[in-house]
Design a protein around this ligand. Structure first.
Ligand SMILES: [Ca+2]
Ligand SMILES: [Ca+2]
Ligand SMILES: [Ca+2]
Ligand SMILES: [Ca+2]
Length: 470
């Protein structure tokens, strides 16, 4: 009886530990890793086995990057259709971090392996089959060993155990098939603030990682905030890096072609700079139009832009790279290396983003779209879009506004909703976001009506372009 009580207590404490640490295991888990919701009897036993194999004072933790592993989860370790269990942990007092792997054999959870490395937290973890034997190998990175760097170790399963095959330091690490030949490459970015930042590419060949190439990046980069695989063209993989340069941010792309690393913007050439990708906040490169290819953002200045804020960090152009890649192409650079695929407005209070419909993007690039927004010392937070009609007459299209609940109620009580068509976009405990516009009959001159109709968007288009940030 006493044993059962202790077992229940251990399970309770473990569950509590999992949910109360910063690494609840239900939020970022991809469906394939956690298929069974809740805990079955077997799982409870698994937790006991995990617990038995954790050092004293160890705490289950979610690996910080790349972000798709939870603290504890199921995965098919050896590709046989049966699920195994992993559990990552850290032991800050002993400065050790690691992972335990469990396998169900004849109804009993058994320890496959425990890998433990020095470090105060699991900075990076990825299961990946490096030697193509169907058994997961492991990249595990830890914090707290080598100053500003993280440390990375690669373990390959061979003859019944894990062997360390690689050890290095890193700032950003990406495991991806960079040259699309079916083998995994490691892209290792090291940011040394006193020196050049470097990027190296390694390939796993015959039980070791071989350095294929290494280049310097410039010394002004102060930190990376987004490093992700990027398909720069059909059939060419690369890595897009968003980083800070003092008070602004910019983006470069690392290309690996014909065995050589290069970047699309060469900061060591006086003729090149980051103007084409420069922005004023840590906005991440991402696929803005849903075609599967990431766009690179830059701050964009509309031709007419009415606002009293000096800091213009709210309109972004999202661009695709259309220049040359690698050494096989014509070395003459085309005049325009980036093509704008969409513009977006990001609310300065970070409530929402509005991606312009195509016709607005085109109009904005022609200087035919005007944006008027509330200034920071106004109590309201809105942005209005106008198109330019005959004689540069501005015709209002729509306004997007964020209200606190009190002003929203006041606004509605005053019957403003009778003068406008209102589209509810989002709401929270303390705010409402709506779009509104005036019926065309009430404000558009006859001579502008055609232009207005060609530029106005319907309620569905407003909802398509809108996304809530907070
Ligand atoms: Ca398995
Ligand atoms: Ca393997
Ligand atoms: Ca490869
Ligand atoms: Ca895209």
């Amino acid at each position: 009886m006493k044993n059962i009580r202790i077992a229940i207590l251990i399970i309770y404490v473990l569950i509590l530990a999992i949910f109360s640490s910063s690494c609840s295991f239900s939020i970022t888990a991809p469906a394939e890793l956690i298929k069974r919701p809740g805990l079955s009897i077997d799982d409870r036993v698994a937790y006991e086995v995990i617990h038995d194999n954790l050092p004293n004072m160890a705490e289950l933790v979610r690996p910080l990057r790349p972000g798709n592993l939870t603290a504890v989860g199921y995965f098919n370790w050896n590709d046989d259709g049966e699920e195994e269990v992993y559990a990552f942990y850290k032991n800050e007092q002993a400065s050790l971090a690691g992972v335990v792997l469990l396998k169900l054999e004849d109804g009993v959870w058994k320890l496959i392996s425990k890998i433990e490395v020095p470090g105060t937290d699991v900075a990076y973890a990825k299961f990946i089959d490096l030697n193509s034997d169907g058994i997961s190998d492991l990249l595990i990175g830890t914090e707290g060993r080598e100053g500003v760097y993280h440390v990375i170790d690669a373990y390959v399963w061979d003859e019944g155990e894990y062997n360390e095959v690689w050890h290095d330091v890193f700032t950003e690490l990406l495991a991806t098939d960079l040259d699309m030949d079916g083998s995994v490459e490691l892209v290792n970015v090291k940011l040394d603030r006193a020196n050049y930042s470097t990027v190296s590419v390694f390939r796993y060949v015959e039980d070791k990682f071989e350095l294929l190439d290494e280049i310097n990046l410039d010394m002004y980069i102060s930190g990376y905030y987004n490093v992700v695989p990027y398909q720069i063209k059909d059939g060419v993989n690369s890595v897009v890096m968003d980083f800070s340069l003092g008070s602004r941010t910019a983006t470069n792309v690392i290309v690996f072609a014909d065995g050589k690393l290069s970047t699309i913007i060469d900061p060591f050439q006086a003729s090149q700079n980051y103007d084409e990708t420069s922005k004023l906040s840590t906005v991440k490169s991402r696929d803005i139009d849903g075609d599967g290819i990431i766009e690179i953002a830059k701050s964009f200045q509309l031709k007419y832009y009415e606002d009293r804020n000096i800091d213009r960090r709210d309109v972004y152009a999202w661009q695709n790279f259309v220049g040359n890649v690698g050494t096989n192409e014509d070395s003459e650079l085309p005049e325009h290396r980036f093509e704008i695929s969409a513009l977006s407005y990001v609310d300065p209070m970070n409530y929402f983003e509005f991606i312009f419909p195509d016709k607005w993007t085109r109009a904005a690039l022609n200087g035919d779209l005007i944006l008027v927004k509330s200034s920071e010392n106004q109590s309201r937070n809105f942005v209005s879009f106008f198109c330019l009609a005959k004689d540069d007459n501005p015709v209002p299209l729509i306004t997007l506004e964020v209200f606190d609940l009190e002003s929203y109620d006041e606004w509605m009580e005053n019957g403003i909703n009778k003068s406008y068509k209102v589209v509810e976009l989002a709401g929270g405990v303390d705010f409402r976001i709506i779009a509104y516009y005036v019926d065309e009959g009430k404000h558009v001159r006859d001579m502008d009506i055609q232009k207005y109709r060609s530029m106005m968007i319907d309620d569905d288009d407003i909802r398509v372009g809108f996304s809530l940030i907070r």
